[in-house]
Design a protein around this ligand. Structure first.
Ligand SMILES: N[C@@H](CCC(=O)N[C@@H](CS)C(=O)NCC(=O)O)C(=O)O
Length: 213
């Protein structure tokens, strides 16, 4: 399997899921600005939207959309127990994956991170944060993970919460969310993925800085 990723993007969740699963995978960096892969190819020929993650499963199958990829990894490696096995638990995990994707990732964080989004767009996104993070706060008040066990939804939520460091979202305002995020980053697979991608992220910033040849 080959994961196309950009450092500390939402593909961070897939990397963590692959580490948790003990999957044999290679990782190909995509520059989000130029859409060039580290292999020297144009990523738009892999994924027409140029978005990460994309998971090349074999020479016939390419999966896109983080929620779908995360579910695939959980199903493909059942012994890692990265998802519940009962219908209710599976549906709850899907509920959280979709909530994270649509209500947090795309509604709140993308506009805050997007360089071309103007102040009105950013205020709109910021105004959406308290209700949504409040939901997560209540969910996590008396539990370690989103569900009764660690799942790939936790990997996705962590990837999104990581972005609070570079946005005006201060997680301390939601103490259970803050505790959860801090504790996930201590988990060995997360710590490994974070350390690896953080180094690549700083290289990416340097490479894409204005004036850099
Ligand atoms: N719907 C996609 C969205 C993925 C997405 O937004 N990826 C971001 C990184 S977190 C990206 O590749 N952005 C580059 C761009 O917008 O050109 C999914 O859930 O996988």
């Amino acid at each position: 399997m080959k994961l196309y990723f950009s450092p500390l993007a939402c593909s961070f969740a897939t990397r963590v899921a692959l580490y948790e699963a003990g999957a044999a995978a290679t990782f190909v960096e995509v520059d989000p600005l130029t859409k060039q892969t580290e292999e020297g190819t144009d990523y738009l020929t892999v994924h027409p939207l140029g978005l990460v993650p994309a998971l090349l499963i074999d020479d016939r199958r390419l999966l896109t959309e983080n929620a779908a990829i995360l579910q695939f990894v959980a199903e493909e490696f059942p012994r890692a127990e990265l998802a519940p096995s009962d219908p209710w638990g599976k549906s709850l995990m899907l509920q959280w994956l979709l909530f994270i994707a649509t209500e947090l990732h795309k509604t709140v964080f993308v506009p805050l991170l997007e360089k071309i989004a103007g102040p009105e767009v950013k205020s709109y996104a910021l105004a959406k944060a308290p209700l949504r993070l409040g939901c997560v706060e209540r969910r996590l008040a008396d539990r370690e993970f989103l569900l009764d066990q660690f799942t790939v939804a936790d990997a996705y939520l962590c990837a999104v919460l990581n972005w609070s460091a570079v946005t005006p979202i201060h997680l301390e305002r939601w103490p259970s969310v803050h505790r959860y995020h801090t504790s996930l980053l201590r988990r060995p697979t997360f710590a490994r993925a974070f350390g690896e991608e953080r180094a690549l992220y700083f290289r990416e910033l340097e490479r894409d800085a204005p004036g850099h040849p």
